[in-house]
Design a protein around this ligand. Structure first.
Ligand code: GDP
Length: 330
């Protein structure tokens, strides 16, 4: 934790998907330590080879603990693939790759779920084992499944994302089970915490990573009730996604890949949007306060700098902004 950051910065809740979101989460966690609570998408979770896989939670755990595989962009560093190779020789399913080290988290999670523990309890215990200071929770302990409507019919998320590599045209996206899902009690407490200062929407895919979190009624109403600035960081840079299908999905849904469209997508939820210099011309078109910066994170320093700027922007928008004096760097 960066001790030069003011302790009075208060608590922060951030909504996060996988790789893109986890990069900002890393920066926020560096600054805020256990004052940060991450609410992570579980709409991508699925059963595979008899195991419960939670891809976004794992990406967040690996990224925050420094164990993420930066070359691949997913999974663990120093990975080997003996299990996959052996499975292939047995004619098993290999379209979703599970590395030998990565396998451990899926086996352990599945064992504990079967023993009756909740996903939030198991995730908190993983956070401790990985030596992570921030608090990390799934958006719900109940099953919520993202389903992508395509001209070929509905596709479960991982079939669309991994097996079909996002090729089918997206006609719509639904989150099965979301309306009935409860947020874990710790998530509700974090959103109701009087020490909460800011809510941040990380630069994750709005359609596939953030919308499922906002589809959990207790989370959406908790965010709407919280009297703190809600800031989103746009995942679009220069009219394109840094990686993944965000811009492709926007085109397929007839939405231009602009900062204005991102702000409108989060309309009614956000109070401010962070955009990249490459999109600075969009600034006047966005219907909320905007902070323009370099938002591409290629190093740990980028992640920490952007996180600091997002927090500063949020504090400037806070109703009691004058009362909060930032002493960063002192
Ligand atoms: P992923 O699908 O597992 O990568 O998970 P996410 O939903 O968290 O992230 C995808 C989004 O992150 C994409 O729309 C990218 O454009 C965005 N993204 C990735 N890296 C960066 C970055 O460094 N800066 C910004 N602003 N967006 C990023």
């Amino acid at each position: 934790m960066n001790k030069s950051y003011p302790e009075r910065a208060g608590r922060v809740v951030a909504l996060c998907g996988g790789v893109g979101g986890a990069k900002l989460a890393f920066g926020l966690a560096h600054i805020l330590g256990n004052d940060l609570t991450l609410l992570v998408n579980t709409g991508d979770d699925f059963e595979h080879l008899g195991l419960t896989v939670s891809p976004d939670i794992d990406t967040v755990l690996y990224t925050l603990s420094g164990l993420a595989n930066r070359e691949l962009g997913w999974g663990r560093q120093g990975e080997s693939w003996n299990f996959m190779e052996a499975l292939s020789t047995l004619g098993g399913e290999t379209w979703f790759r599970l590395g030998d080290r990565d396998l451990a988290i899926h086996v352990e999670r599945t064992r504990r779920l079967r023993a009756g523990e909740t996903l939030s309890t198991i995730t908190s215990s993983m956070v401790d084992h990985f030596g992570i200071e921030a608090r990390v929770f799934p958006m719900s302990d109940q099953k919520v499944s993202t389903v992508v409507a395509t001209p070929e019919g509905p596709l479960p998320f991982q079939r669309y994302f991994v097996e079909r590599r996002c090729a089918p045209r997206v006609a719509g996206i639904t989150f099965q089970g979301a309306v009935e899902a409860d947020a874990p009690p710790q998530v509700i407490s974090a959103l109701n915490d009087p020490a909460l200062r800011t809510i941040i929407i990380c630069p994750s895919n709005p359609y596939l990573s953030i919308d499922p979190i906002l589809a959990v009624p207790g989370i959406r109403s908790g965010i709407e009730r919280a009297d703190v600035p809600v800031i989103a960081v746009s995942p679009i840079i220069g009219g394109k996604a840094v990686k993944g299908p965000t811009a492709k999905i926007m085109a397929e849904l007839a939405v231009p890949a602009t900062s204005k469209a991102i702000a409108e997508h989060y309309g009614g939820v956000i109070d401010g949007l962070v955009i990249d210099h490459a999109d600075a011309d969009d600034r006047e078109t966005v219907n909320c306060p905007v902070h323009v910066t370099t938002s591409l994170m290629t190093s740990d320093e980028d992640r920490i700098r952007l996180a600091g700027e997002v927090l500063d922007f949020a504090y400037r928008l806070a109703p009691n902004a004058e009362a909060i004096t930032l002493r960063r760097g002192q």
